[in-house]
Design a protein around this ligand. Sequence first.
Ligand code: 5AD
Ligand code: SF4
Length: 434
Amino acid sequence: MACIHTYGCQQNVADSEKIKGYLHLAGFDFTDNAEDADLILFNTCAIREHAEDRVFGNVGALKNIKRRHPSVTIALCGCMMEQKVVADRIYKSYPFVNLVFGTHAISRFPELFYNQLVNGRRIFDTCDDNAIYEDVPTLRDKQFKGWLPVMYGCDNFCSYCIVPYVRGRERSRSSEAVIAEARAMIEAGYKEITLLGQNVNSYGKGLDEDITFSELLRRIDAIEGDYILRFMTSHPKDCTHELIDTIAESKHISKHLHLPFQSGSSKILKAMNRRYTREKYLSIIDYAKSKIPDVSLTSDIIVGFPGETYEDFCETLSLIKEVEFISLFTFIYSRRPGTPAAELPDVVTEEEKGKWFTELLKTQEEIAAGRCKSMVGSTERVLVEEINEKNGLLSCRTSGNIIVEVQADDSLIGTFQNVRITEARNWILRGEVI
Ligand code: 5AD
Ligand code: SF4
């Protein structure tokens, strides 16, 4: 039995599905209970300090399990392990950890695990060789919706972000491999495919073939079938009119654009090395709204970047009011040693940043509630995803990535249904299957 815990973003989820694919082929079953496991593996996230602290805490707790079950293999992988200071700390302070490998070593997992089992020695493999993994078996968590990585790594070096250091340089999979995998998923009955990459708009850079992300989308969209195609994450500096036109004209691509703006202040955007201004961002949004009238917009925001003043923060507030995002992923700035921003003076207190953050959440709640209310009475085609264990309702997702809960039989899970929206509960909708 294997117990796999995944922290962080969808890229990590997709990596864990590959590790599970290998383990499944080797005859492993999976459990959520670490006490029952022969292998405990944490796929870790380094994006914010809080994420790292959680991992260190949870790894520390494994010491007792190892004492009770000395034969269990304890393995750590993912972004944290690509940082030398972290791997060194694990090596010195957590001697019960048997295997450590980085994001680049996923395709070597079977060999590393086998060597650890046979030799019994601790293995630390965090070399960064900018690999692309092909022909890796994938055991997806769901049978009807799945992640499909199209590119790995990031070359953008936003000044706050650790990702380029832990996931390496941008590299794209061949369009042939991506399209073949998409086709196989559609033939296997997948109803939703999400193309993944840290910066999908750069897809194709460095490939021998001459292809853009928009062209890749068009080629997948041309595959016959009843499915919805999503992608994340886009960077505003590379979000072209061609991409927006492709969404507008497509048959399968969801009418949703996740376009992180991070800050509404051009001064802060410059310090973040984002390479667009507030005005440029808003002009992309205007174009998207004009071409895709019912477009649903979401974004990531960082509050309290070093040097940000309350006036700068107010520009973030005014931007979200102007755009009217349907939902936001909001973060308080977390200092990541090794990134350029970590060297900048940061004078605003955590308490003050917390107040700004609360103001941001409140403003967004009002916007989302208004957006959701305006949908009452409309009909939406949704994918039925799962039972909400808390209230027994089925949780469904619209093309625009909004959750609608309905009372219906769970045999509908994994199917598309038309739903009339009857009620808006803040940012969650309620509806009836018709
Ligand atoms: N502090 C806070 N948030 C961060 N993000 C990335 N790095 C940091 C950091 N150091 C956020 C950004 C990014 C999302 C995935 O995580 O908003 O878009
Ligand atoms: Fe990090 Fe910026 Fe790359 Fe996104 S685009 S992963 S925020 S460096």
